[in-house]
Ligand binder design. Structure first.
Ligand SMILES: CC(C)(COP(=O)(O)OP(=O)(O)OC[C@H]1O[C@@H](n2cnc3c(N)ncnc32)[C@H](O)[C@@H]1OP(=O)(O)O)[C@@H](O)C(=O)NCCC(=O)NCCS
Length: 182
């Protein structure tokens, strides 16, 4: 069982100064399609798929699984924050048996540059730390993904390793730093 497997899901919506983190709903479908069909969003995370392909394969209510938060700004989806188990076959682990909880974040390009990613991720991490005290969260991102690297730094992740994966250099970090994650 992963750390997230110990948590009742979904939690009550999480409110920040400007955002709400909540479970996905059918009305978010267009936002999910826009997110996964965006070339800018896909640049460092596997590339964009065609809008047609994304439309055809997107479930009626996308993202309905534990660990997926829709980022809602004034009632509109602007992105998502994920807390998922890190697959054992991936490179980058802090536990010998893997299964660490990994943070991910995707924001629609029109909402970049306003601090929403850090605000949303900080709230998700805060919630997770309360739900599973002492459990570390890991994160990997391409070193070339400068915006993402800045988000990781602002959230307080510290570097554990760098390695090649998917044909690019990856930065692998842990939160919080210190004895709980050692
Ligand atoms: C990674 C990603 C989420 C970062 O988005 P972002 O908008 O750059 O990050 P933030 O929301 O934290 O915004 C930070 C910027 O907002 C600015 N900002 C403006 N108003 C702000 C406010 N009120 N509060 C905080 N920051 C604010 C900051 O100065 C900062 O600018 P800078 O990066 O030029 O220094 C986004 O680029 C993205 O979705 N990329 C595609 C998906 C991806 O690669 N995800 C990473 C996978 S691991």
């Amino acid at each position: 069982m992963t750390d997230l497997g110990l948590v009742a899901w979904p939690p009550a919506p999480i409110r920040t100064e400007r955002l709400v983190l909540r479970q996905s709903e059918a009305r978010d479908r267009a936002g999910f399609v826009a997110l996964f069909a965006s070339p800018e969003v896909g640049t460092y995370v596997g590339g964009a798929r065609s809008r047609e392909e994304v439309e055809d394969t997107m479930p009626e209510v996308p993202g309905r699984r534990p660990g997926v938060f829709v980022i809602d700004l004034d009632g509109q989806m602007i992105g998502m924050v994920t807390l998922d188990p890190r697959a054992a076959e991936r490179r980058g682990h802090i536990r010998p048996d893997g299964g660490e909880t990994e943070l991910g974040y995707l924001i629609l390009p029109e909402a970049w540059g306003r601090g929403y990613a850090v605000e949303a991720c900080a709230a998700a991490l805060d919630w997770f730390a309360g739900a599973v005290p002492g459990a570390p969260v890991v994160l990997s991102t391409q070193t070339a993904n400068e915006r993402s690297m800045r988000v990781a730094e602002k959230l307080g992740f510290t570097e554990v390793d760098r390695f090649e994966e998917y044909g690019a250099e990856q930065w692998f970090g842990v939160w919080p730093s210190g004895p709980a994650s050692a």
